[in-house]
Design a protein around this ligand. Structure first.
Ligand SMILES: *Cc1c(COP(=O)(O)O)cnc(C)c1O
Length: 221
């Protein structure tokens, strides 16, 4: 990390996103999701003060403990769930989050649809794809994507895009390109891809949402 100043880190990440956008000749906006998982409220408020409004958390319970307080002070915050969601937490997730980047199986589609109807609140949904077909990883298999998307649309989930985490320790670009192709094939505009180590590459390949944690907050302990 080059600086301890959160505002400077934020400016640095934003500059890299802009440079990648320009390199790719893109005119559209890229949403920076500041991934604040494991970091306390005191680490988050400096980024809010520096103008950041979109944040990501991967656990419902942790988010419930942190975000009501933060939103009271700053009502225009946008919160995305970026991690695996258990079906029994669907109602809590729908109540708290503005976007859910982890829709990955039929049982969760059903649970989210039910929770959205009950709450009359419809957070944007990204379907998570296991883009490297890794056995241990979350996300729906590439081969199962058409069926899951059909189910999600049938259930009236507001599906806006695809999300993926490429395999570790290999060049991510081919996986980003594949996710972009799958989104195009299915008429989806949203592409949630790219983390601290590879968000610039993801932006050149079309990411509309990048999920950046450690480059903004420092390492997680
Ligand atoms: C933690 C996490 C991130 C952010 O990771 P960094 O490498 O810290 O930027 C992004 N996406 C998901 C799904 C995560 O769990």
């Amino acid at each position: 990390m080059t600086t301890d100043d959160p505002a400077a880190r934020l400016a640095g990440v934003r500059a890299q996103i802009d440079a990648a956008r320009k390199l790719a000749g893109r005119q559209d906006a890229v949403t920076l999701i500041a991934v604040s998982k494991t970091h306390p409220i005191e680490a988050i408020t400096p980024l809010i003060a520096a103008g950041q409004r979109v944040f990501g958390e991967n656990r419902v319970q942790e988010a419930q403990a942190k975000w009501p307080t933060l939103r009271e002070a700053q009502p225009d915050l946008h919160l995305a769930l970026i991690g695996q969601l258990q079906s029994n937490k669907a109602a809590d997730a729908v109540a708290l989050f503005d976007a859910i980047h982890a829709v990955d199986r039929p049982s969760l589609v059903a649970a989210l649809a039910k929770a959205m109807d009950a709450a009359d609140r419809r957070p944007d949904c990204f379907v998570q794809v296991n883009i490297g077909d890794e056995p241990q990883k979350g996300g729906c298999a590439v081969a199962e994507l058409p069926m899951l998307l059909a189910e999600a649309r049938h259930a009236d989930l507001p599906v806006v895009g695809l999300m993926a985490v490429p395999p570790l320790d290999v060049e991510p670009a081919p996986y980003f390109a594949l996710l972009a192709k799958l989104a195009r094939d299915h008429g989806l505009a949203g592409l949630s891809m790219g983390m601290s180590s590879d968000f610039a590459t993801a932006v050149t390949l079309g990411a509309t949402h990048v999920r950046v944690g450690s480059a903004l907050f420092g390492d997680r302990t």
